[in-house]
Design a binder for this molecule. Structure first.
Ligand code: RNT
Ligand code: ZN
Length: 424
């Protein structure tokens, strides 16, 4: 494949785009300045199919599933970090790293999840310092014999429940330490698979226990400068079709009442439900919001995010609420059937592209027409904006950020695959 665009070509395209947007009152230079502030938390688990480094790693369970066995999966921290660095070099902008507890590095020693410590993440922390990036964190309440019953924090077995309480407490401590060490807030997202395959007779019982566990976990207070606690809801999981303790209503109520940040995963609702529509409601009652940017195909399949209507609608809502500083983007997809670096880079670039598209929207013009009752004009303008030269502004952003524009990056991935991944 030939080099798609030269610097001169990108600048020429950008000049044209600048005028096209200016005709609608949009200052593309200003938008590109703002784009520098937009961060996406890039999840480590796309790099190894949610495997992790535990001695007894069993692959994702708890109702989630990564399929495909494309060669070259990262097996160690060093391999995963090397792959990450390759991906980061092809993604424009400065972003965040998102780790799960199972990515602890214990030097071959078996350390139970309720006993993990900040030290087990020292390699990640040193690496993040070197790259000057923030780390986000997640307790891993699945893929473990203690989660085999389908319940963790909502378990009726006290031994199981307290094991997971201790794990999440250990994770909050690690996350706060990471935030302090890096001098950058760490967002820790809790998700538990707790649920049942068939109709339960005691829905409220498990939810009451989940609530009790969370209360105990959040008794320990940390400075929000270092740790932001988030909590993720879900509709159902594979093998857990009839009931999920941490449903949307449960999570939203708990989060609002306890000042915890709620997490909307784009695959965790009925497929005809719009996550975009939920954003304005949430923002009127909550200070902030975490998104798990994912792509459900027929179910919560965690396909790689593409630039589709729902992704754009989410970004547009954030733009229209003027809330890019209050809504955190965390990626959550895992596809093991394609080159994992391609998945990372393409998915992250799609998320960023949708953010850029939304930031370039002349929202005031739309609201003006709407307020006048000119709904036909509102629709027609929305349609016209779709054909504005987003690609030329995107290329300029890539150029400014020193990353390949267009599809040039595929060459880099190919070279890396042949040189590094093929040897694994
Ligand atoms: C599961 C949730 C959760 C996980 C990750 C690995 O359905 O979406 O966020 O995907 O924590
Ligand atoms: Zn998620």
């Amino acid at each position: 494949m030939k080099k798609v665009k030269t610097r001169a070509e990108i600048l020429k395209g950008y000049e044209y785009a600048r005028e096209a947007y200016a005709a609608y009152g949009v200052d593309t230079d200003k938008v590109l300045e703002d784009m520098r502030k937009r961060q996406v938390s890039i999840h480590c688990w796309q790099g190894d199919d949610v495997h992790g480094f535990e001695v007894s790693a069993m692959g994702a369970s708890g109702g989630i599933l990564s399929t495909g066995d494309y060669p070259g999966r990262a097996r160690t921290g060093d391999e995963l970090r090397a792959d990450y660095e390759k991906a980061l070099s092809l993604i424009p902008g400065k972003h965040r790293i998102n780790l799960h507890a199972i990515y602890a590095e214990t030097g071959g020693e078996i350390v139970e999840r309720d006993a993990i410590k900040t030290d087990h993440f020292s390699k990640w922390i040193d690496w993040a310092k070197k790259l000057d990036v923030a780390i986000d964190f997640n307790p891993t309440c699945f893929s473990h014999p203690m989660a085999a019953s389908g319940f963790t924090l909502g378990s009726k077995d006290e031994k199981v429940r307290s094991f997971w309480i201790d794990h999440v407490k250990a994770c909050r401590k690690i996350a706060a330490d990471i935030g302090r060490e890096l001098g950058k807030t760490c967002i820790m997202n809790i998700w538990v698979p707790d649920g049942m395959k068939d109709i339960p007779s005691d829905r409220i019982g498990y939810r009451a226990l989940l609530k009790k566990s969370l209360d105990e976990i959040f008794e320990v207070k940390y400075d929000r400068k270092y740790l932001i606690d988030a909590f993720e809801s879900k509709l159902f999981g594979i093998g857990l079709e009839s009931y999920t303790a941490g449903s949307h209503e449960f999570v939203m109520s708990y989060a609002l009442k306890n000042d915890i940040t709620m997490t909307f995963d784009m695959g965790h609702f009925h497929l005809t439900e719009s996550v975009a529509d939920k954003i304005s409601s949430a923002l009127l009652f909550a200070d902030d919001l975490l998104l798990h940017v994912s792509r459900p195909v027929r179910w919560d399949s965690d396909h790689v995010v593409i630039y589709n209507d729902e992704l754009v609608a989410v970004a547009q809502e954030i733009k229209r609420c003027n809330a890019f500083d209050r809504v955190y983007y965390g990626l959550d997809f895992f596809d093991g059937s394609i080159n994992r670096i391609t998945a990372w880079v393409s998915g992250t670039r799609a998320a960023l592209k949708s953010i850029l598209f939304a930031m370039l929207e002349p929202t005031e013009l739309l609201v003006e027409e709407e307020n006048k009752g000119n709904y036909g004009n509102r629709m027609a303008l929305m349609e016209e904006f779709k054909a504005l030269p987003l690609g030329a502004v995107w290329d300029k952003y890539c150029l400014d950020m020193n990353t390949p524009a267009g599809a040039d990056w595929l060459e880099d991935v190919k070279e890396y695959e042949e040189r590094v991944l093929a040897a694994r």
